[in-house]
Design a protein around this ligand. Structure first.
Ligand SMILES: *Cc1c(COP(=O)(O)O)cnc(C)c1O
Length: 406
């Protein structure tokens, strides 16, 4: 779908392709194709696809761009942030030993433990721990889910520790965790490098400043790049992670288009009108808030991003006895509209859904306002069905299980 300059959504792509039209107010979701790529990334992808290049040269160019954007010594592009985690962990196990890299995940050796606080072992579509284990690492969780003390980390750091893994995300437990600067200080005191999964974080410099030796970002989330992952950090570790492409990294191969497209997205990010985008997002939130005003059992408030990204969302709390349907049912009903309106519903069991304005194309905000009002009105008339909560909870797996069934 092209960004049209007028206020009309352009749905012709969906008509021509036969795919279901989608408006994404849930955030950058793999299940929806991540994000709307910025035009400079789209042009870069199209420009390089029909040409040959020397891939090491292209990755060297990526390293320079990543270094400039993050303050890191070096960097490279891989298939996804998840791949970046696997390759980074592998780097701390093998260093620059190509023979050992080729043997992974077999024979990782004694020094193969990845220490991680228990509350960070989240699922972003797949378990983060598995991304480390793919490299042959042995996971060593420490602390309790909501209670992490210094001595618990110190007790698991030792000769066998290859790395400390740290996850920054709304998916991790939100309180009682060890902050990154302290995590890095304790790991470094034991001579252990720190890998930070910051896949979804806007701040490209903060985690390296706070002690990360390697940091990983997604190219296809806030940056609006093609599907790819960015690894940035210490030159020796970046080189060792890049080396893994002759081993486990092969199945995580990144194409020339994703590397060149990510370089373009990083450059576009530096030049982006962040204030203008925030103003547009704020206008969408205000429009939706107004559309919901006066509805019985509905409270709409603007809430900040839980990990501190410069992004606000609209939280719609639903009192089901007054509104005629639960927050969960409203979310399901909006997804059943055409275009499908996909809301942020991972906390719907707590009685609210959220609307994320960071992936709106022209005309989307108005359609969402309209659909919101309509779905709440039909809920008030008792016309919105309650979904099965267990079915919803299992949804991330059931989509894969049911695919090509019948
Ligand atoms: C999205 C996400 C990932 C996975 O990123 P991909 O680039 O899609 O592999 C990993 N960690 C966190 C915290 C994420 O939010």
């Amino acid at each position: 779908m092209s960004m049209s300059s007028d206020n009309q959504a352009d749905w012709s792509f969906y008509e021509k392709s036969g795919l279901t039209p989608v408006i994404n107010v849930s955030g950058t979701m793999t299940s929806l194709g991540a994000s709307i790529a910025v035009s400079r990334a789209v042009e870069a992808v199209a420009g390089i696809l029909p040409r040959f290049v020397f891939m090491h040269e292209l990755q060297r160019m990526a390293s320079d761009t990543i270094a400039e954007a993050t303050g890191a010594e070096a960097g490279f592009i891989t298939a996804s942030a998840s791949a970046g985690i696997s390759l980074s962990v592998a780097a701390t196990i093998t260093g620059m030993d190509a023979g050992r890299a080729e043997l992974l995940p077999r024979r990782p050796g004694e020094k193969c433990e990845a220490v991680v606080q228990l509350g960070h072992l989240c699922n972003y579509g797949a378990p983060v721990g598995q991304a480390a284990e793919l490299a042959g690492a042995r996971l060593v969780p420490f602390g309790q889910s909501t209670h992490v003390l210094d001595h618990q980390l110190q007790a698991v750091l030792g000769e066998a520790t290859a790395c400390g893994l740290y996850v920054v995300s709304h998916h991790v437990v939100g309180y009682g965790q060890m902050p990154l600067p302290r995590f890095a200080e304790l790991c470094h005191a034991a001579g252990v490098p720190v890998i930070v999964d910051a896949a979804s974080e806007y701040d490209l410099r903060r985690f390296l400043r706070e002690g990360a030796d390697l940091v990983i970002y997604s190219a296809h989330k806030f940056l609006g790049g093609p599907t790819a992952g960015i690894v940035a950090g210490r030159r020796d570790l970046v080189r060792a992670a890049y080396l893994q492409n002759l081993g486990i990294g092969r199945g995580m191969k990144v194409g020339k288009e994703s590397i060149f497209g990510t370089i373009a997205a990083l450059k576009a990010w530096a030049a982006r009108d962040h204030d203008g985008i925030r103003r547009r997002e704020a206008a969408a939130l205000a429009l939706w808030q107004k559309a919901l005003a006066g509805l019985a059992g509905v409270r709409a408030e603007i809430v900040p991003d839980p990990t501190g990204n410069p992004l606000d969302r609209l939280r719609i709390s639903v009192d089901s006895s007054a509104a005629g349907a639960s927050a969960m049912a409203i979310g399901v009903a909006l997804a059943g509209e055409r275009p499908a309106v996909i809301v942020r519903d991972h906390e719907a069991e707590l009685g609210y859904i959220q609307l994320d304005p960071c992936n709106l194309d022209a005309g989307h905000a108005e359609i969402v306002a309209d659909r919101l009002r309509a779905v709440f009105e039909s809920a008030a008339q008792g016309a919105v069905e309650e979904p099965d909560p267990d079915q919803l909870r299992n949804r991330s797996a059931s989509g894969y299980l049911a695919w090509l069934e019948e």
